[in-house]
Design a protein around this ligand. Structure first.
Ligand SMILES: [Cu+2]
Length: 390
């Protein structure tokens, strides 16, 4: 399952992978069907212009298009998934930091051009590199976020699609430069993060308003995307669900900075109104290296006084524990060095606690060690905790 995350939530490593993957497809020759210039060009330049921006086919065509670029990126880094830029809600709807700087420091410590800042344009589109409006860094998208929330409130398919289509267009226009014109929009890499958000909103809307695609949508021919082993075009119904294509969106995530823990963490669910608690909410602990010592992380909800002595059995406020099996002395001899990532599904406990009162909950993590084997703060501080909502 591919997980498409908020671009602001990618780890440093994930961001490196994403940048290298974009650079990788920039460097492929136009004769390669996975090259950026070929895929970005399908949107509108060189002709024919394939993209569908009318009401019918808008969402399905672009879902197919995102798969095309995501698969190309994965030919460079096999586990990359396309992130989305959340311009439709939250505290930071503005341009993502990852896309805002002309250069970045790569894995080797060298300052190099940032592939997410601009993309290469073929001679047919004027050559050179893409650009955006001059004051893009201070351009606000907050009012568009409100419009997007309004679009999501529609319950009729056509009303929803045309409202979302309109807001999506405003985002293009507001970024300006190449993004503001159909033939060149696909050459700016932010195009794909923008459209991943459109795709995410569609997935959220359909979860809140379950229904099948209208016949005109289901039958729309999505040229130039062909069905496997066939010369027939894909149709809208092939892209009705994200599960067919084995991906999902993580709607929300937050990192707990390692220095703050063991922690009590007050957590307000900033859900977009249409996202219900029926979604899976998980707490993940990860570290770049298996720890030397074993420990358990017990997770309590709305129990500010919980300690390692607090009862867990039949305690509705106990959400579960994340057990980490230490490597002991073998840690030094591990080849290759292995990290770990362990998740705990806290949906049920959280729902139980939230149903009782406000939309705010306290999550407390209590580390429990085998007797006499407390872990040094230094070792614990390598742990990264992430809360994610799918
Ligand atoms: Cu678009």
């Amino acid at each position: 399952m591919r997980l498409r995350k908020n671009i602001n939530c990618l780890s440093t490593n994930e961001l490196h992978d994403l940048r290298e993957a974009f650079q990788g497809i920039y460097d492929l020759p136009a004769s390669n069907p996975r090259s950026f210039v070929t895929i970005a060009g399908l949107h509108g330049n060189p002709s024919p212009s394939y993209c569908i921006h009318g009401n019918t086919g808008f969402l399905t065509w672009h879902r197919a298009y995102l798969m095309e670029i995501e698969n190309a990126l994965r030919s460079i880094h096999c586990d990359v998934a396309l992130p989305y830029w959340n311009w439709s809600s939250g505290d930071t709807t503005g341009l993502p930091d990852a896309c805002s700087h002309a250069t970045y420091v790569n894995r080797n410590g060298d300052t190099v051009p940032n592939p997410l800042y601009r993309g290469p344009k073929p001679a047919s589109a004027g050559g050179g590199q893409t650009s955006r409006r001059g004051d893009i860094d201070t351009t606000s998208f907050d009012d568009l976020a409100e419009d997007a929330q309004g679009a999501m409130a529609n319950t009729v398919w056509n009303d929803f699609v045309s409202a979302l289509n309109g807001v999506h267009g405003s985002v293009h226009v507001r970024i300006g430069g190449d993004m503001s014109s159909v033939p060149t929009a696909g050459f700016d890499p932010i195009f794909f993060f923008h459209h991943a958000n459109v795709d995410r909103l569609w997935a959220n809307w359909i979860a809140a308003n379950p229904q099948s695609l209208p016949a005109s949508e289901a039958n729309a021919q999505l040229e130039p995307f062909t069905k496997p082993y066939s010369s027939d075009w894909h149709t809208g119904s092939d892209f009705e669900t994200t599960t067919t294509w084995d991906y999902q969106y993580r709607n929300w995530c937050i990192f707990i900075p390692p220095i703050f823990w063991p922690i009590e963490w007050k957590f307000k669910i900033p859900f977009e109104p249409w996202v219900s608690l029926s979604r899976r909410i998980a707490l993940t602990a990860k570290a770049p290296m298996m720890p030397r010592h074993s420990f358990e992380l017990r997770v309590f909800i709305d129990s500010p006084k919980a300690t390692d002595k607090t009862k867990t059995k039949d305690n509705p406020n106990f959400a579960g524990s994340i057990g980490v099996f230490g490597m002991g002395d073998a840690q030094m001899y591990m080849r290759p060095k292995q990290g770990f990532e362990v998740s705990l599904d806290i949906t049920r406990s959280l729902r139980h606690c939230l149903s009782k009162k406000s939309k705010e909950s306290l999550i407390k993590l209590v580390p429990v060690f085998p007797k006499g084997q407390e872990i040094s703060e230094k070792e614990m501080s390598k742990l990264q905790i992430e809360l994610e909502v799918q």
